[in-house]
Structures are given as structure tokens and as C-alpha cells.
Design a protein around this ligand. Structure first.
Ligand code: SF4
Ligand code: SF4
Length: 462
């Protein structure tokens, strides 16, 4: 199946298709006692989950363990916030921290899962059973149910709703103007209004109508890819989806889009609106599972959305076999490409060197080390040197979209910006397009962040 020019153009049954190494790996946390990590599902159907007193008591217990440990100090803003609260308290222990201040920690966590996935030695089955991200999600859910969220948070956590409105002729400019005016007057309290991405009328799904396939009569394939465009990829960055399609088809990989696609609910998850997540899941999962059952892989360009299907939905719906099927079939683009390379199916007849590339590693990809897979594929291009940099730049999920309560300064990524200014690479960007945009806004020198897929397309000369 070939993409139309407007699609990839820059201007305008039980199949074993698992991409998850290790099969039923529910977690990759590091258990100190050597036992295989086991991550209990989110107990959101249990009454105790919603009990605020019990929640605060669990927060105190886990915060106290973290205060004694402090390994995650440099991962994000949540841990420095916690440790400053403890160190600034009268007792310099958790008992000196007011419970109302616990929410300051909650507001600076954007559920990237890195502390659990790569750092914490006290995850279950360790007797301390530390699962910091699940605790933060529980806190957000309890707060959402008891106090609700503001209009602004609900609005900005509905990117597909805004995107559909923006697709109506004449409305995109009105939305931009209204949001821009409200931001200018401080009514939306946007953390970085200038970083809010534009909404395109000419969405990816409109550009790629001929790739949209009905769910009835799905053909069996060996190596076909269903592109879950994501709200960002569809409304905000349609060129990125075009690059993905061009690169995949250049490598002989059939790409289709599903008949229906809804927001995966990532931003609603970060608001703690678990019922909205369940509603989104009820639309997306049956469709995607149908494709997975016929041997198709699922690829999505937003690492945080992939994490939603791979991590959070399985934790919320551990007994749903369709959720497990989608979990096993979904991947980030470079995960898929690296497997193509390992199977000797990736074209390496690159036409253009990329020179020096400075690549930011997405926090949401760290569990699966997708970032090094991205670096490895780009490094195949002759005349290319890829330098990678990790670090939270406050672009994650609700922080990057403005829907979250966090208000991290861009200065959190100053070291990264400084490195780019120092190296002056030929190209820079991030596996997370939102982070790339954030870096671009931080540099503010007229340069453009380029997604690794865009760079790969450039290298192929297609
Ligand atoms: S989940 Fe991510 S943002 Fe939240 S505390 Fe852990 S590392 Fe920080
Ligand atoms: S999450 Fe785990 S590793 Fe990180 S500070 Fe807390 S106890 Fe330590």
C-alpha cells in the first residue's frame, strides 16, 4: 500500500506479533533482593483506593522512604520538591511536613514512570513495595474525584476535542486567537503559552484518507503497521506522521490508519480522571486489538501515548485480554525499525550524511531504552555522529500541553540548551516531538527541532 503524496509530503487470531521482550514483563523496576519485579495493578476499583486518609498515610510512608534514599533527586522536579519540603521543615523529617504540602509533590510528577522503571530498588516484591508513580496517580485520582478540575484543565486535556473544533474552516484561527488572548491576560495560567503547539486544519488523517482501512476484513500480514496517529501527531504535527509513513514505506512496510481513533486519554490520566481514561480505552482498544489479532503491529509517534497503552492501561485493566494484546503489539517507531534492522530488512542505502546530531532522550521511552535504539539507527547513516542527552525539560504530558498543574520552568532544561549552544550541531531534536518543540522554544534562535524520523527521511533522500 502506497502513501499518497499529500500523506507523506512535507508540505501539505493469536499471532505472535509481540514487540515486548520478556513477554509478560509487567515492570522493569530493579528489585534489590534479586526476585523478579512484580507490579500489582492499580487498585482503582477498591474503596480503599479513594480513601483520602489512607492515601495521605501511604504518601507519608513512601515519602519517608524516598527521603531516606534520595536516589531519584535528579530525575524530575517531584523529588527535589519533596526533599526541600523535608529539609525546610522544623524537624527535617517527614513528620514536620504539612500534609497539605504533599500536593506540591503530586503536581510536579507527570507520570513518566522513570523512577519506578530505572531507579528504584524498593519496588515489589521488596517489602517496602515502593511504587511512586502509582502513588502519584492515585493522589491525582482522589483529588479529581473529590474536587474536580478547572475549566482550563479540562479544556487543555482534550486535545482531540480542540483539534476537531480547529478542523472546522475558520475555527482554527479563532481558537488560536482565543487561547492566545486568554493566555496573554493570564486567564488560562498557561505555564509556557508560547510553547503551545498550533492546531492544523489539514490533519494527518485528512492527508492520509486513502490509508484509512475498515476494521472489517482485516488482511493478515507479516510486518504491517497500524499507525495510531495520536492527537499530537494528527492535529499538531501532521508532517511527522508523513515522515513516518514515507520512511516505513521506503522500507517496504505497509502502513494503514484505523477507521476510528480517539485520544488515548493520557492527559486525562494525568488529571486523575480515570473514568475518562476508561471511556477512551473503550473506543480505541477493541479497534487496535482487532488489528493486533491479525498480526499487525501498532506504532505511535508519541512516547507518552505508547506508554499509555503499554503501561497504564494494563495496570488499570489487568484482566482485559484485548488490552494485553495491544500492549504486546504497540511500539515506538524506532523500536520497530531496529527490529527491521536486526532482521536485515532495513534499507541502509542512505544518500545524505547528517553530520552532528544532538538527540534528547524522551523520559517516557527510558523503560525500553528506545532512545539508544534511535541513536543506533541514526548512527547507521554515514557521516553522522549522534550525541544523546537525557534530562527532564518539563515537556512531559500535561506539563507540555499546559493541561497539567505543574509549572516547571524551562530552565529545567538549561543544561541541554547550553550543550546545544556549545556544540552547535547540524541537527537537534527529541524522540518526543513535544520535547523537541520545547527545546526549540528555549533556544529561541530561529532554529528548528527535527524529529529523528524527519532526519532519517532526510538521510534517505525521500
Ligand atoms: S514518575 Fe517521573 S515525574 Fe513522576 S516522580 Fe517518577 S521520575 Fe518523577
Ligand atoms: S522512588 Fe525509590 S529510588 Fe527513588 S527516591 Fe524513592 S525509594 Fe529511592
Amino acid at each position: 500500500m502506497q502513501a499518497e503524496d499529500d500523506c507523506s509530503g512535507r508540505n501539505s487470531g493469536e499471532r505472535d506479533n509481540s514487540l515486548v521482550s520478556g513477554g509478560e514483563r509487567a515492570t522493569c523496576g530493579q528489585s534489590q533482593n534479586g526476585e523478579a519485579p512484580f507490579r500489582p495493578p492499580l487498585s482503582w476499583k477498591e474503596p480503599d483506593f479513594w480513601d483520602e486518609e489512607k492515601l495521605l498515610s501511604e504518601m507519608e510512608r513512601i515519602f519517608d522512604i524516598c527521603h531516606g534514599c534520595r536516589r531519584c533527586l535528579n530525575l524530575c522536579d517531584a523529588f527535589p520538591t519533596l526533599f526541600e519540603l523535608v529539609d525546610g521543615s522544623g524537624t527535617m523529617e517527614m513528620d514536620g511536613v504539612a500534609k497539605r504540602d504533599y500536593w506540591k509533590v503530586v503536581d510536579t510528577c507527570y507520570l513518566c514512570d522513570r523512577c519506578y522503571a530505572i531507579r528504584c530498588p524498593f519496588v515489589p516484591p521488596h517489602e517496602w513495595a515502593v511504587d511512586f508513580p502509582q502513588l502519584m496517580l492515585r493522589a491525582r485520582a482522589v483529588r479529581h474525584r473529590s474536587r474536580g478540575v478547572s475549566f482550563r484543565e479540562r479544556l487543555l486535556a482534550s486535545p482531540d476535542g480542540i483539534g476537531r473544533l480547529a478542523a472546522i474552516p475558520g475555527v482554527a484561527r479563532i481558537i488560536s486567537a482565543v487561547v492566545g488572548r486568554a493566555a496573554a491576560h493570564g486567564r488560562l495560567h498557561l505555564p509556557r503559552e508560547s510553547a503551545l503547539p498550533p492546531f492544523h486544519r489539514d490533519t494527518l488523517r485528512k492527508r492520509c484518507r486513502r490509508l484509512i482501512s475498515p476494521s472489517a476484513g482485516i488482511p493478515e500480514v507479516d510486518g504491517g503497521v497500524v499507525l495510531f496517529a495520536t492527537c499530537y501527531g494528527n492535529f499538531n504535527a501532521p508532517d511527522l506522521g508523513g515522515d513516518l509513513i514515507a520512511v516505513f514505506e521506503h522500507n517496504g512496510i505497509p502502513v494503514v490508519l484505523t477507521e476510528t481513533e480517539r485520544c488515548c486519554g493520557r492527559l486525562r490520566l494525568e488529571l486523575g480522571d480515570l473514568d475518562a481514561v476508561a471511556r477512551a480505552k473503550a473506543v480505541d482498544i477493541p479497534v487496535l486489538a482487532g488489528w493486533a489479532e491479525r498480526g499487525w503491529h501498532i506504532v505511535a509517534p508519541l512516547p507518552s501515548c505508547v506508554q499509555m497503552f503499554r503501561q497504564w492501561l494494563p495496570l488499570m485493566f489487568p484482566d482485559d485480554p484485548q488490552v494485553q494484546k495491544v500492549r504486546n503489539a504497540i511500539a515506538e517507531p524506532f523500536e520497530y525499525l531496529v527490529r527491521q534492522f536486526e532482521a536485515d530488512k532495513l534499507r541502509v542505502d542512505f544518500k545524505h550524511p547528517l553530520g552532528v546530531v544532538l538527540l534528547h532522550l524522551s523520559c517516557f521511552s527510558s523503560e525500553r531504552d528506545v532512545s539508544s535504539e534511535t541513536r543506533d539507527i541514526l548512527s547507521l547513516v554515514p557521516g553522522t555522529h549522534v550525541e544523546t542527552m537525557a534530562g527532564c525539560i518539563g515537556a512531559g504530558g500535561g506539563c507540555g500541553s499546559g493541561s497539567g498543574r505543574c509549572d516547571m520552568p524551562l530552565a529545567a532544561g538549561e543544561h541541554l540548551l547550553g550543550r546545544i549552544r556549545q556544540v552547535m550541531p547540524d541537527h537537534y531534536g527529541s524522540g518526543c516531538p513535544r520535547a523537541g518543540r520545547q527545546i526549540e522554544m528555549g533556544l529561541a534562535n530561529g532554529s528548528r527541532a527535527e524529529h529523528p524520523l524527519t532526519l532519517l527521511r532526510l538521510a534517505y533522500g525521500i
